[in-house]
Design a binder for this molecule. Structure first.
Ligand SMILES: Cc1cc2nc3c(=O)[nH]c(=O)nc-3n(C[C@H](O)[C@H](O)[C@H](O)COP(=O)(O)O)c2cc1C
Length: 217
């Protein structure tokens, strides 16, 4: 945006930045993938393995769900939200007009990547570096977010579109039970992906000059 194109020594840098620009939030998705499941799996696995974490604590946990397994996430969310309607916490009209169609659109996609943080895995390091103890939980979440961003960007690079959702803690217990996941895995985000059926919405940008400074150039 707005700056002249510099020269990079590695053409992959330009490609990387182009992918950064291309990544968007896609809500209109269908249950198809232009790439093989193995390619999606490899991409997510690479993120889990190589994305950095503070003190190399490796606290991110990730579950890739495809097709029918993916649909179960959104059936769980639909049931949970319906439960809130029955309990009187969400008006029926809001659920029918907004929540339900939104969740059904997620369900109509191809897959969901569930991102968790295992905060319990930090017990040892919190003890060892007591002075940083209160920093490790946020660091773990930041590392998890890096994985989310990498997977999101890489899926888009392969012709998939994705959107990032947060239905925790509403769906946590059911998710853990459905896939028999360790209790210490704390759900953070759900990345829904599929083949885009429409262009993403318009995006506006606050002036970069207000958000970025450089000194010593
Ligand atoms: C940390 C984070 C949390 C987000 N949470 C949600 C969410 O819960 N639901 C949703 O629909 N979009 C969510 N988004 C998507 C943002 O609204 C979206 O990325 C932003 O508007 C910029 O649009 P873009 O993704 O097309 O660049 C989230 C994005 C980030 C980075």
């Amino acid at each position: 945006m707005g700056s002249t194109q510099p020269t990079f020594t590695n053409p992959a840098t330009t490609s990387l930045l182009e992918l950064v620009e291309a990544r968007r939030t896609h809500y209109a998705l269908k249950a198809e993938s232009p790439i093989a499941d193995e390619a999606i799996e490899h991409l997510v696995r690479t993120a889990v393995l190589h994305v950095p974490s503070s003190f190399n604590t490796q606290t991110s946990r990730v579950v890739l769900l495809l097709k029918e397994e993916h649909q179960k996430v959104w059936d769980i969310a639909l049931a949970a939200l319906e439960g809130l309607v029955v309990a009187g916490a969400v008006p029926r009209e809001t659920f029918e007009a907004q929540t339900k169609p939104k969740l059904q659109a997620f369900r109509a996609a191809y897959g969901t990547v569930l991102f968790f943080v295992d905060y319990e895995a930090l017990a040892g390091i919190k003890e060892k570096f007591a002075i940083y103890a209160d920093k490790f939980d946020p660091f773990a979440l930041e590392s998890n977010a890096m994985s989310q961003y990498l997977v999101w960007t890489a899926l888009q690079a392969e012709g998939l579109g994705a959107n990032l959702q947060h239905y925790s803690p509403l769906i946590d217990a059911q998710i853990q039970q459905q896939w028999d996941l360790p209790a210490s895995w704390k759900l953070d985000a759900q990345l829904v992906f599929g083949t885009p059926t429409a262009a993403p919405g318009e995006k506006t940008f606050a002036p970069i000059e207000d958000r970025f400074k450089v000194f010593g150039k």
